[in-house]
Each structure stands twice: as C-alpha cells, then as structure tokens.
Design a protein around this ligand. Structure first.
Ligand SMILES: Nc1nc2c(c(=O)[nH]1)N[C@H]1C(S)=C(S)[C@@H](COP(=O)(O)OP(=O)(O)OC[C@H]3O[C@@H](n4cnc5c(=O)[nH]c(N)nc54)[C@H](O)[C@@H]3O)O[C@H]1N2
Ligand SMILES: Nc1nc2c(c(=O)[nH]1)N[C@H]1C(S)=C(S)[C@@H](COP(=O)(O)OP(=O)(O)OC[C@H]3O[C@@H](n4cnc5c(=O)[nH]c(N)nc54)[C@H](O)[C@@H]3O)O[C@H]1N2
Ligand code: SF4
Ligand SMILES: [Mo]
Length: 727
C-alpha cells in the first residue's frame, strides 16, 4: 500500500482529437490576444489556446478567450431573418432577399416622408474593420443619413475627444511595451486584472523584472488597487480636480519639463494660471484625497523621468470624461512624457474593435480620421467613392446618446442597430424601452436573436459572429490583427459585410460606387486611402499575410516598411495646425447626481472578469456564467449592518428613475457610502442609472448615480429572480 501511495501516476491529458489549429484574434476585449482554435477531423472547433509568438499575449488567454470556441454553438443564435409589420405581432421568418428588399423600401419611405436624417444608424465596436469601412460607405455614400454613430459613444468617445483636443488627432500614442521602460505608472479608473487580464499580466511581468511604483485611482479597492503601491480612493467624478492639483504641485515645485513645454506645447500661461487655483488643500476637500498624498504622487510622477498614465471607464464615463482625458494629457505634456518609451498617455480601449470603428467607420466623419467639416476631405472621399461631394453633410450629426432623445421627440423615425444592445447597455432602460416602441421602422442586426433590443424591432437580421467571418481588428496599442474564417456562419446567418453589400445594391448610388465582396479587397481599398506621410493612421505597408505572420502589426506601417511603429509623436510633432500640443486650462464644475438624504449611496457600475457586456455571449457559456449567474451588488459590511442587511440577501435598489432587485455581496472593497453593480444583467443596473452626458464626447456618466437600499421579502425576490433570464 505504502509503495502504491508514493507512486506518481502520470498526468493524462485527454486527447481531443485536434487535427488542425487555426489562427485568429479574440473577439471580446481590446487587449487583442492572438488565439489558435483547434478543429477535430470533422472540422468542428473544440479548443482554444493562446498563440505562441504573439507579442501581445505570448501564449496566454483569460477565462473568456480560453472558451471562445464554444461561442459557435451557444444558445440563442439567430437562424433566419425575421419580420413583422408591428413590433407587437409575432415575428415570421423571411428570405434574405425579402428582408433586404423590405428594409431598403422602408428606409427610403421614412427618408422620403421625414427627410434623409430621420433614419438613424447605430453600430458598434465589435464588427470587423472592413465591415466598419463598408457600413460607413453605405451610410455616408448611399443611404445618406447624418444620424449615424456607434455604441463607442458609451465607451471611448471621451478618449477620442480628449486626444483630439490635446494632440489634434485620435490615436493612443503608446504601447504595452512601455511597461518595460516606465519608472512610474498611474492607472485612473481602470481595473486591468478583470477587464484586460492579459494587459495586466504584461504589466505584472514588467514589474516583477523591475520594480516601479504603481498608483491606482479608483473609488473601489479593485483587484488592481490591491496590487498597487498606492491606492487613491477618489470621490466619484472628481479626477479632474486631482489632476489639476497634481499639475499645481509640479509647477509650484519647479518639477516640470520646461524644455519640452517650450518646444512642443502651446497654451502654457493660461494652463498655469488655472492650476494655480488647485492647491492640494483645497483640492483634497473636493476629490477626497489628502493633500500629502497629492504632493507625494506629483513628486513621484514628475521625478520618475519616464512616467505613464493609463485609464479606462472611470475617466471616460463621467460628465468630465473628455476633460479628464485632456487633464491626463496635460500631466504628461508638462512632464515631457509623450512619445518616449515608458512615458505616455495610454487610453486602454474597450471592445475588441473599438479602434477599428474610430479609424474607419466614418461615424464621426469620413474614413481614416478625415472630417466632414474639411472640404478637402469631403472632396477626396466623394471622388474616391464615385459620388457627388454635395451628398455629404458639412458637419457630423447626432451622437449615439442624442439619437435616442431625437426618437422621443419624433425627429428620428427609423433605426438600424448593428451589434449593440441598448435595452441593456444605455442608462435608464425604461425610458429606452418607451423610445424604441415609438419607431416606425426598427431593424436589429445581431448574432443573437434573443438579444433584448430585438423584442422591440420590426426586423431581425441574423449575423455571423467573430471567426465565422474574415477581416481585422485593431487593439489598444494600434495593432491590426487578423480574424480568420474558422467556422461557417451559423444556420442562415450572414457576415455583416455580406449584409451591407447586399443592402447597398438596393440604393441608387450603387451604380456609380463599388462594394468589393471580400474583406481582403476592402482592406486593399483602405490601404490606398491611408497612404500619406503626414498620416499617423497609415496601413499601406501591411498585407493580410504579413499581419498573420507577425501576429499583428501596429500603425503607422507605411508602404515598404517591414513592420509597424510602436509609438506616436516620438518627434514631439503633433497633428495640430502648428504641430504643438495643446495645454488646456480645465475648470472643474460640480454637476453630477450626488447622494442626498433620500438616496444616500453612490451607485457605481462596471464589469467583472467572467462576463462580457450584456451577456448575449458569456451568459450562455457555462464556464463563464457559473461564476456569477445572478444580478448582484457589492456593499460595505458596515453599511449593511447599519441597515440590517445580511450577506446574500436580496434587496431593492431605488433611484429617481426606477428600481432593481439584486443579491447583496458584502465586501470591504467598497466604501461605506457606495454600492457597485456589474452592468451585465438585463433589467438591473441600467434601470437605475441617469447617465448625464459629457459636453464634448456625449458619453454618459454611468458611474455616478444616487440610490437608496430597501429590504424586501426574500421568497418573493428569489422567485422573481428565478423567472428572469439571469439564471
Ligand atoms: N471581463 C470583461 N472585460 C471587458 C469588458 C467586459 O464587459 N467584461 N468590456 C470591455 C469594454 S467595452 C470596456 S469599455 C472595458 C472597461 O474596463 P474598465 O474601465 O477597467 O472597467 P469598469 O469596471 O467599467 O470600470 C473601471 C473602474 O472605474 C471605477 N470608477 C468609477 N467611478 C470612478 C471615478 O469617478 N474615478 C475613477 N478614477 N474611477 C472610477 C470603478 O470603480 C471601476 O473599478 O473593459 C473591456 N473588457
Ligand atoms: N451601467 C453601465 N452601462 C454601461 C457601461 C457601464 O460601465 N455601466 N459600459 C458601457 C460600455 S463601455 C459599452 S462598450 C457598452 C456596450 O454596450 P452594447 O454594445 O450595447 O452591449 P453588447 O452586449 O456588447 O452588445 C453587442 C451586441 O453585438 C452582438 N454581436 C457580437 N458580435 C457580433 C457580430 O459580429 N455581428 C453582429 N451583427 N452582432 C454581433 C452581441 O450579440 C450583442 O448583442 O455598454 C455601456 N453600458
Ligand atoms: S484578455 Fe481580452 S483579448 Fe485577451 S483573451 Fe481575455 S478577453 Fe480575449
Ligand atoms: Mo466599452
């Protein structure tokens, strides 16, 4: 027996019978991990693994990526196009031809009756870049509506707007490699271990090789905060005050990089005068970070030599989102930390292809970071596409978050939604529900037919998903990577590119325009448009073969280049008229919803590692959903004790908008006067949110709301939860 116990049995790894591994890129977050999907002898996807030799993830994947092959067979996928005259009728399956004929007719009818802009189009950050470009061409060139935007207004709009205001153009200037060089890193409202696990791993690995201070600014003790050297539990929505105060200390103590400021920026005097008002003592009263800490962080950052900032939704989703981004850029400009290894302002992007839409979708203008407001850009693109430039509007139309109120007021009558689920993802769900009910014609194009927004639509178009298609994504560090067609589209679903092309045929301008059939042909067209020595977004040196071989290439990659450039603005030249970056004075205006006697808690919302957004995908994957199948809320144990609420009890959370029932999870992660609800669950967090908009980016303040907590009957609540989709 004794002998037997000591004997080690060899570990047996089940042989799944994989005969081939195929290359692709993960379709969840913007980290951009390279994946290989294993196929069995029947060609069925049965396994996923991180691609070795890929610079981004170096063989690793997170819990979502590692099960991504299961996506192809998840429940709820759309099988056929569906149509109904009224949204309260039953849907009936129709052929693709009938669906697209009807759709084109209805769009034209709405536009004829109410004007071209009365039909709105809302897209996403989750289709392929070639699809974005084609949808932009169809919308701007053939359908001709100016009310066209993406869900990226909920996500990256503040970063885009902030980059444009500071540097004259969008485009994150840094890369993951910067972790290897930096001597100090501040993370603002970004929880990498859960939301970008592989970027976190890159950061952690860099810190293990060479210790440097990590400072996390977040009202919650997130996983990243737990791992930080300093955690600054900021009062929600006041990052701008902290940033102005950091600049105050740096200028006051003579720690700024005067040479860089003189050579590469403008606006310094006005900026200096403004931040003078933000001394640490006054600032600490607003942002909740004590004056000593403000001084210490300012000194650490300015003296580091190479310091970088990263941020995500804690900054962008605020009434000062765009200002917050500009303030981060200000901090890096005055310390000379732009465009050098380890010194940068790196916005961590959200969706897998949020960058692709920024670059090529024409949502905010014309493709390749061109502007409707610029006559030369309008002329160039009209000529290239084969239409009259007068067909283009002269300035951009409504943002995504302004399109819904325009439906309410009757200015917009028709809507086409591509890969977005506003019934769960927009603030104030009840208001959105009523808004969608008002539409004369509403089409939902989604990979899943059970997506909540489709309940209010007249037409549903089943789209192929991720590696059922072919094309590219761009990640956080401007790396273009390949998504290859690994499985055939599910049932009678079709790639979004095919749907756009077929619809285009039904519009008059199709006769003079061209809509290539394959993604690669579209990519070649985009390459032509990207060429130019002054363009940062130059992809003309790339090809599909090169991209796959190198496991992704960063832009700019100019014609003849062997690979891409890691950083932007290395020469201190920016995309502004005179080439200098704008230092901008940013006064803080306190305009958020705030807790009061009736609604005493801050409601903070965000994400958890195992779920992606509105759970159309991860809610159906056993290996993700099992970790949190129930809508829940983080609450501070002392606050709960004061209200007599126990761990795992159901409670009702009430805001001025509506209410939601959640299970309580007690944790010290969250301060006494705050609760946190992951927004992934339908009919939950966004029933409560207000979402005041940032004036520049029109992005909602999803994370600053006021609520109260009420005790409820436990049996009734459990029953209600059982009946909802969330189990
Ligand atoms: N697992 C998973 N990963 C994802 C996604 C997902 O759904 N699931 N979605 C992807 C997308 S689209 C995005 S945009 C990213 C989002 O990635 P993150 O922004 O990292 O995620 P969030 O949880 O939304 O918010 C981050 C933090 O902001 C903090 N915060 C709230 N208010 C403030 C404030 O006023 N100031 C500061 N400094 N911080 C504040 C919150 O406490 C929270 O911890 O994640 C991407 N990755
Ligand atoms: N309270 C609160 N609300 C938030 C946030 C928050 O932090 N708090 N975060 C906001 C942010 S940052 C974001 S990005 C949004 C996300 O909001 P949404 O984009 O509305 O949410 P998703 O669930 O990602 O919706 C994407 C849809 O596209 C479908 N889909 C996936 N791939 C494809 C494809 O290839 N083709 C087609 N046609 N369809 C496809 C999916 O099934 C899904 O229904 O949520 C925002 N809402
Ligand atoms: S970190 Fe993001 S890109 Fe990488 S496997 Fe996870 S979800 Fe996919
Ligand atoms: Mo996002």
């Amino acid at each position: 027996m004794l002998f037997g116990r000591n004997k080690k049995n060899p570990i047996k790894i089940a042989d799944k019978g994989i005969v081939e591994w195929k290359y692709t890129t993960c379709g969840y977050c913007s980290t951009g991990c390279s994946i290989e999907v294993g196929l069995n002898a029947e060609g069925k996807a049965i396994s996923s693994r991180g691609a070795a030799g890929a610079d981004v993830n170096r063989g690793k994947l997170c819990v979502k990526g590692i099960f991504e092959h299961e996506l192809f067979t998840t429940e709820g996928r759309g099988t056929e196009p569906l149509y109904r005259e009224k949204y309260i009728d039953e849907y009936k399956p129709v052929s693709w031809d009938t669906a697209l004929d009807t759709m084109a007719e209805k769009i034209k009818a709405v536009q004829e009756k109410y004007g071209r802009d009365s039909f709105a189009i809302i897209s996403t950050g989750q289709i392929l870049t070639e699809e974005f470009y084609t949808l932009g061409k169809l919308t701007r060139g053939a359908i001709g509506t100016n009310n066209y935007d993406g869900n990226t207004t909920l996500c990256m709009a503040s970063a885009v707007s902030g980059y444009k205001r500071s540097f004259g153009s969008d485009g994150p200037p840094g890369c993951y490699e910067d972790f290897e060089d930096t001597d100090c890193l501040i993370a603002f409202g970004s929880n990498l271990p859960e939301q970008h696990p592989i970027i976190y791993w890159r950061l952690k690995e860099a810190m293990e090789k060479r210790k440097f201070p990590l400072i996390v600014v977040d009202p919650r003790v997130t996983m990243l905060a737990q791992f930080a050297d300093m955690h600054l539990p900021i009062t929600p929505g006041t990052d701008l005050v902290l940033l102005n105060s950091l600049a105050h200390v740096i200028l006051d103590e003579g720690l700024a990089d005067d040479d860089y400021i003189n050579a590469h920026t403008n606006g310094f005097e006005e900026f200096k005068a403004l931040v003078k008002e933000y001394d640490p003592v006054s600032a600490s009263k607003i942002c909740g970070i004590d004056e000593d800490t403000i001084r210490n962080v300012a000194r650490l950052y300015a003296k580091a030599g190479k310091a970088m900032s990263i941020w995500t939704m804690g900054i962008n989703q605020s009434t000062h989102g765009s200002d917050g981004v500009v303030a981060i850029n200000n901090l890096n400009l005055i310390t000379g930390n732009i465009g050098k290894p380890g010194g940068t302002s790196l916005s961590i992007t959200g969706q897998c292809n949020a960058m692709g839409t920024r670059e090529w979708s024409s949502c905010s203008g014309l493709p390749g970071y061109r502007y409707l407001e610029n006559p030369e850009d309008r002329k160039e693109i009209a000529g290239f596409w084969g239409i009259d430039e007068e067909f283009f509007p002269k300035k951009r139309g409504l943002f995504q978050t302004d399109i819904f109120p325009a439906i309410e007021t009757g200015q917009i009558k028709g809507l086409w939604l591509v890969a977005s689920n506003p019934m769960s993802s927009l603030p104030n769900s009840e208001r959105i529900r009523k808004t969608l009910e008002k539409l004369d014609f509403f089409v939902v194009q989604d990979a899943y037919s059970d997506v909540e927004s489709a309940q209010y639509a007249h037409m549903y178009l089943p789209a192929a998903i991720w590696a059922e298609k072919d094309g590219c994504f761009t990640n956080t560090e401007r790396r273009v990577n390949r998504i290859t067609n690994i499985q055939q589209p599910y049932a009678n679903s079709k790639p979004d590119l095919w749907i756009f092309n077929q619809l285009a045929k039904r519009f008059d301008h199709y006769k003079t325009m061209s809509f290539p059939d394959t993604a690669e042909e579209v990519f070649e067209e985009m390459k032509t448009l990207s060429k130019g020595k002054d363009r940062t977004l130059d992809i003309s040196g790339m090809s599909y073969q090169m991209i796959e071989k190198q496991r992704g290439i960063q832009w700019p990659c100019r014609e003849g280049d062997e690979t891409g450039a890691q950083r932007l603005y290395t020469d201190g030249k920016f995309q502004t008229k005179d080439g200098t970056a704008n230092l901008i004075a940013l006064p803080f205006i306190d305009n958020n919803e705030r807790p009061d006697n009736e609604f005493p808690f801050w409601l903070n919302t965000g994400r958890v590692v195992e779920h992606f957004h509105t759970r159309t995908r991860t809610g159906k994957m056993g290996n993700c959903n099992k970790y949190s199948p129930t809508p829940y809320m983080e609450m501070n144990p002392d606050a709960a004790a004061d209200l007599g609420i126990e761990h795992q009890a159901y409670v009702r959370v009430v805001s001025k908008r509506s209410d939601a029932v959640v299970m309580v999870q007690l944790t010290q992660r969250i301060p006494y006067n705050m609760v946190f609800i992951p927004f992934h669950f339908h009919d939950c967090a966004n029933r409560l949110t207000l979402g005041l908009l940032d004036p520049y980016s029109r992005q909602p303040a999803f994370k600053q709301n006021a609520v109260r907590i009420e005790k409820i009957d436990q049996k009734e609540a459990a029953q209600r939860n059982l009946e909802s989709r969330s189990f």
